[in-house]
Design a protein around this ligand. Structure first.
Ligand SMILES: Nc1nc2c(ncn2[C@@H]2O[C@H](COP(=O)(O)OP(=O)(O)OP(=O)(O)O)[C@@H](O)[C@H]2O)c(=O)[nH]1
Ligand SMILES: Nc1nc2c(ncn2[C@@H]2O[C@H](COP(=O)(O)OP(=O)(O)OP(=O)(O)O)[C@@H](O)[C@H]2O)c(=O)[nH]1
Ligand SMILES: [Mg+2]
Ligand SMILES: [Mg+2]
Lengths: 293, 277
């Protein structure tokens, strides 16, 4: 374990009240290794380790903690700082409906997350509307309709075979306004951040519905590519937050740190299963210990 | 570019970065770079461009060139392929692509909708069956996946269908009941004859967890080949190297898009060239 490896370093380099440079160097090598093994993107690891070095250099050794515990505490605090606060909810709006745009790579869990959010809002006594704006994937509309039925939430859909996502989103927004829905959750097709046409489509949908929230849905098992995805989506739409899915798996989840670092946006929710109730507020402290292993 | 001019300390750092960023995994990368430094010393490499050739050769060495990468067919009767993997990796889409390819080669295909759990899973497979000209076998939502698979195998053998491909629900490998269910689906199919291929579908964007997935699925379902999907993004899928080297499981196919034609055989040389590009 990381704490075990750090203990070994401090046993070998006996400390005298302050952490010296040699200790910090060896320790930072172990931290770097742990973060890479946890799938944190390399450039984020480098920036993060630099930050930890500044915090650790010359830090006083506390009497009640071993040097290894001290370092872990410093790293943990630094991680939680980047991962953000917990329980950052959805932004309120002055005029309903509050529009929430859901975006991300193929298979990341957007459609499921959209329905989970709708179920959550309904539980809070609100009146959400789902919009089926994935006009590409076979049976995507049907998938959202079935999930909407399960959640007891209406789904605005166009089954004519159109591929005009902007039109479908616009129609859903009109329906939401006309019928007094409090929230409109717009599910979109999975897309590669390097697909210019599809990224432009996402930008167009965002422009058409002017969301209060644009949430990037990211699979917790994502590796080094997290940085590329975060940068590209941030360049195309006004991201306001991240949903990290499949945290009920055993991936270390370093993508959380990469996403938080690059987007500088809060991770608002964690997907922890396939049921509509499997959506939790994100806990940065739990994520920090999970990443450190 | 890490590989221009004379190799310096920075060259080695940049090279290590390329490999790590490809998701090969720092544990696998470190010995590769060490071996490469030794070779560069003994072979007196003074041009970084030659380093690239040496690195490509090192990486290629990690792939067993004699490994069987073709898909397995039964000697007689219906071939049965089982497709497995964690949620959202591209199993159902890959099956559609496979069915179409088989059809193009004059084989009859049947698809079994044994994902009886996820919303609209059978409808999704149904669209692919239609596109590929394949028959679809499905039960009602919530049915026992083993029952669907069994029904599909009996049906396919009775009709003399060339290939039956069984779609299964996405499942996380750390969920024991779901992995037990998968093992049971395989046993049920084997009551009626051989399972000729168990394809594990892995998302190229996966980090080190991809190796854990491969290990667990191999243990529970007996994997015979891997499909690495979504290589049309920026992820390099370097976890494939760790999987081949550590587990000896062959990468057989790659997914390069959402269209029916977007499935290609896995070619180690091409994969490595793309990884280093
Ligand atoms: N275990 C688990 N599975 C999840 C979670 N979120 C989504 N899934 C599953 O992941 C798979 C993909 O989910 P979808 O909601 O279809 O993903 P998507 O992003 O909408 O996919 P595309 O629209 O094709 O891009 C499904 O099998 C879901 O049930 C989660 O938090 N945990
Ligand atoms: N860009 C790209 N997208 C792909 C590829 N393969 C699959 N997809 C997409 O990934 C998403 C998920 O594909 P599915 O076939 O539903 O994945 P699955 O593994 O069957 O998902 P579950 O059954 O929910 O576990 C869909 O949007 C597919 O179009 C690929 O090679 N490239
Ligand atoms: Mg979807
Ligand atoms: Mg599927």
């Amino acid at each position: 374990s990381l704490s075990g490896r750090l203990d070994d370093i401090f046993t070998r380099l006996r400390s005298r009240g302050r952490l010296d440079e040699k200790q910090v160097d060896e320790v930072l090598r172990e931290i770097r290794l742990a973060l890479l093994e946890a799938d944190v993107s390399l450039k984020v690891v480098k920036a993060f380790v630099t930050d930890v070095r500044e915090r650790a250099a010359g830090a006083e050794i506390h009497k009640s903690l071993t040097p290894a515990q001290q370092i872990i505490k410093i790293v943990n605090l630094a991680l939680v700082d980047v991962l953000g606060e917990k329980n950052v909810g959805l932004r309120p709006v002055d005029m309903p409906p509050r529009v929430i745009l859901i975006a991300g790579l193929q298979g990341s869990g957007k459609t499921t997350a959209s329905a989970k959010l709708a179920a959550l809002l309904k539980k809070q006594g609100r009146k959400p509307l789902l919009a089926a704006c994935d006009l590409r994937r076979p049976a995507a509309i049907r998938q959202l309709q079935l999930l909407g039925e399960q959640a007891g939430v209406e789904v605005s859909a166009d089954v004519s075979g159109t591929n005009d996502a902007v039109a479908v989103a616009t129609a859903a927004l009109k329906h939401a306004r006309d019928e007094g829905f409090t929230d409109l959750i717009v599910d979109t097709a999975g897309r590669m951040h390097v697909d210019h046409e599809l990224m432009a489509e996402l930008g167009a949908v965002e422009k058409a519905v002017d969301p209060a929230e644009t949430l990037l849905v990211c699979d917790a098992m994502t590796g080094q590519d997290a940085v590329n995805v975060a940068e590209s989506f941030l360049a195309e739409v006004d991201l306001t937050g991240v949903i990290l899915t499949k945290l009920d798996g055993d991936a270390r989840g370093g993508a959380a740190l990469s996403m938080a670092y690059v987007t500088q946006r809060p991770i608002k929710f964690a997907g922890v299963g396939e049921k509509l109730t499997d959506l939790e507020p994100f806990h940065p402290d739990r994520m920090a210990s999970r990443i450190l292993g | 570019d890490a590989l221009r001019g004379t190799p310096t300390d920075e060259t080695w750092e940049d090279l290590e970065a390329v490999l790590i960023q490809a998701d090969i995994g720092v544990e696998v990368v470190t010995p590769i770079v060490e071996r490469l430094r030794d070779r560069a010393r003994t072979e007196k490499v003074t041009v970084a461009g030659d380093l690239r050739k040496l690195l490509a050769a090192e990486l290629l060495d990690l792939f067993d060139r004699d490994r069987e990468r073709a898909l397995s067919f039964a000697d007689v009767g219906t071939s049965v392929w089982l497709v497995v993997g964690v949620n959202g990796t591209g199993k159902t889409t890959t099956i559609g692509k496979l069915a179409s390819d088989l059809k193009d080669h004059g084989r009859t295909v049947s698809l079994a909708a044994a994902d009886t759990f996820r919303a609209a899973a059978d409808e999704q497979l149904g669209v692919w069956a239609e596109r590929a000209g394949a028959q679809l076998i499905k039960h009602q939502p919530g049915a026992d996946p083993g029952a669907v698979a069994f029904d599909a195998v009996k049906n396919a053998r009775a009709k003399g269908i060339d290939v039956l491909i069984v779609d299964t629900a996405g499942r996380l490998h750390n969920k024991a009941p779901l992995m037990d269910e998968l093992a049971k689906v395989r046993r049920v199919i084997e009551k009626e004859g051989s399972v000729d291929e168990v394809l594990l579908v892995i998302d190229a964007t996966a980090g080190q967890n991809g190796l854990v997935q491969a290990r667990q699925f191999a243990e529970s379902a007996g994997v015979t080949g891997i499909v690495l999907t979504k290589l049309d993004g920026t992820a390099k899928g370097g976890i494939a190297i760790a999987i081949e080297e550590t587990l000896g499981l062959p990468i057989k196919l790659i997914g390069v898009g959402e269209g029916i034609e977007d499935l290609e055989p896995f070619v180690p040389d091409d994969f490595i060239a793309a990884l280093l590009s």
